[in-house]
Write a protein that binds this ligand. Structure first.
Ligand code: LHQ
Length: 259
């Protein structure tokens, strides 16, 4: 239910259940977990791209798979969240390389949370976000209540979460929910560019940047300085820093190796 490639250090995960707008099933979660095993074990990892097949990115939990039993009995939803969604989101956040989402269409429910867990998000103009949870009597999960207020502030987070109206890609860009909107026709080119950028990037600097930016919301300014010092000290010894400085002096583009 996904396709996964890993070339030149860049993993590309494509959610691939287009007839159900790539909504999450237990099988899809298992396949994603296996892809993450591979990515985590790859010493030369330089980035990951997440996208979807067809007209949707991800419509959240497959509601067919999680519906209440026919006899009306209730069920514990936390198990699914704890065992499947929590490791997925935390593992993506912890990867020592950028995770770029190329959002090819609508993201709803936990699908929207998945987008927001990525480090950089490009979205095609026709894409939209739907905090679909309230429509089925739930709260935003899979990290949604953590990501939303941090990205757009509590007023917008509340409005989007409570009323569940679609937020267009343009609106999402204007709010700072995503990095950039691209024309629908540029989907493939955006993916190819992201792939090339990640494959040629200063991967250790990227990883340190990701670590520091993610840590900032829980740190004081003084603690963040300490973290920057520790990370910059390490980067000062990398091949890529040496190469970056040489390239600057020689007025040429750097050829980073990710080391
Ligand atoms: C779907 C789905 C879907 C199955 C579209 N499942 N088939 C929840 C519970 C348990 C524990 C953990 O956490 C969660 C977290 C969650 O993610 S809750 C939120 C779940 N997601 C939703 O409520 C979104 C449901 N989908 C929609 O509202 C719409 O499909 C959107 C607005 C995403 C797209 O609308 P349209 O572009 O009009 O497409 P469509 O509705 O016609 O969908 C196309 C097909 O995909 C359709 O099937 P059909 O056989 O009629 O062609 C849908 O039934 C199916 N589909 N989402 N989540």
């Amino acid at each position: 239910e996904i396709t996964f490639t890993l070339e030149q250090g860049v993993g590309v995960i494509t959610l691939n259940r287009p007839e159900r707008l790539n909504s999450f099933t237990a099988v899809m979660h298992a396949e994603l977990a296996r892809a993450l095993d591979t990515l985590e074990a790859h010493a030369g990892l330089r980035g990951v791209i997440l996208t979807g097949a067809g007209r949707g990115f991800c419509a959240g939990q497959d509601l067919g798979e999680r519906k209440p039993a026919e006899d009306g009995s209730r069920r514990d939803l936390s198990e699914n969240l704890e065992k499947l969604y929590k490791p997925l989101i935390l593992r993506l956040r912890a990867l020592p390389a950028p995770v770029v989402c190329v959002m090819n269409g609508v993201a709803a429910g936990a699908g929207a949370s998945l987008v927001l867990a990525c480090d950089v998000v490009f979205a095609v103009e026709s894409a939209r976000f739907i905090q679909a949870f309230s429509k089925i009597g739930l709260l935003p999960d899979a990290g949604g209540t953590w990501f939303l207020p941090r990205l757009v502030g509590s007023a917008r987070a509340m409005g989007a979460a409570l009323f569940g109206e679609a937020v267009s890609a343009r609106q999402a860009e204007a709010w700072g929910l995503i990095w950039r909107v691209v024309p629908d026709a540029d989907l493939e080119a955006t993916l190819a560019d992201a792939r090339a950028t990640l494959a040629a990037g200063p991967t250790r600097a990227y990883a340190a940047t990701k670590t520091a930016l993610h840590a900032s919301s829980g740190n004081t300014l003084a603690q963040q300085f300490d973290l920057e010092c520790a990370l910059q000290r390490e980067l000062g010894y990398t091949d890529d820093y040496l190469e970056g400085m040489r390239a600057f002096a020689q007025k040429r583009a750097p050829a980073f190796t990710g080391r």
